[in-house]
Design a protein around this ligand. Sequence first.
Ligand code: MN
Length: 497
Amino acid sequence: MSYEDLLNSAFSVSEKELIIRAYKFAEEKHKDQKRFSGEPYFNHLFGTAKILSEINSSAETIVAGLLHDTIEDVGVTKEDLEKEFGKDIAFIVEGVTKLGKLRYRGADRHNESLRKFFVAMSQDIRVLMVKLADRLHNMRTLFHVSKEKQLRIARETLEIYAPIAYRLGIRKINRELEDLAFPYVYPEEYKKTIEYVKEKLGKSEHDDLEDFLNSIKKALAKNDIKFEKTEYRIKGLYSLYKKLAKKSGGEVYDLAAIRIIVGTVEDCYRTLGVVHSLWKPLPGSIDDYISHPKPNGYQSLQTTVFTGSGFLVEIQIRTNDMHKEAEFGIASHLSYKETGGKGKTKGFLWLSSLLPKDGTHASFSNDIPNWIKELATYHDNHAGSTDVTEDIKGDFFSHRIFLFTPKGDVVDLPSNSTPIDFAYSIHSDVGNSCVGAKINGKMASLDSILLNGDIVDILTKKKSGPNTKWLEFVKTTAAKKHIRVKTKSKRVKQQNS
Ligand code: MN
């Protein structure tokens, strides 16, 4: 363990110095703190930063990884961090600290909302990256904590963190999070999946794969195709389990996958040709995600072939750039080189990388959750603006607050909204029969200003109705509209009677 392990050769001298300074700062501040396992707490901070450096994060993000628990655990203030490491890093660490306070409530129907909340709360993609790395390191060392905590954290990982990593295209982290959480959350299914893999692949899996990969390499050399890298792996157990569950009793053939990274797009197609001339593909298994990238931008040629020794292997063929995109997703856009290390990644430019790459939203499938569609639409509507980033930051997030119902549903509203706005956003009937509200368990007046993270409980009474005075303080157009309609019909009735 050394700061050398965190330094990317592309970093400038001052960036390297910053990392070394943060390393020493964190080591010193946390020196009296131990983890559950008894090892120094600093190991966790180093582990988090190491994960960030492995996915090509910027120097600032790595520094924030080292410092991410200083506010929460050892009483360093945001101001201290600002003085020592600058505003940006202090902002990221504060964001990570806030996110850490959110708790997964364990009801499936709220997960989508909570994911949205997480992303919106983080405000800066780097906050989310540090949080993901923090969670991955905690998952790697989860066996040290109590059974109860294990289950809670593993569930939260599977329902919230892993899907966010997937959505951001950081497959490397997504896969590992899933496979680490799987045995804690679904122990029986985990055992069955392992047995399935053993039965299908047998003991000789690695030798067979190795042999097969060598034959591919020979064939490529014979055809003068230069490859940069080849590798094989057994597919993620959790994604296999999900596939098996979907097929309800059917077979999943491609338990193993081989990757071939070549220099150019042309070589990708030539490689596919060579492979198919030697090994028969499974009908219907050929996918050209180079001509037709997946909505998240994933590009690759994929085929599943019979190896000749009794099993099937999926083969993924792509260029180095496509590979980086596939493994690190959004993180690869934030790397040092692409941003010039000048913090251009600050703000919300990253949102655009959640959008389909072909520029049309017609390709939105059901696979893409609503919150991404909303962000994408917002992005589109403001495309002509001089600074989209600032706009999105200003309008979409700073001017919006995220609130919980007592059951844990997330409601988002413009800032300065009141319990009446909240009531109408749930349902017009709830708004129309609203007589009172509790905010975080305490009675509050109906014109109270709601704050981010408040839990709002609306009290209703049948046969009560909205008051025209509400129009003086409600913020949302929906609430105004309903109040006007309802109070008008009441007046008309009164006039008629
Ligand atoms: Mn941590």
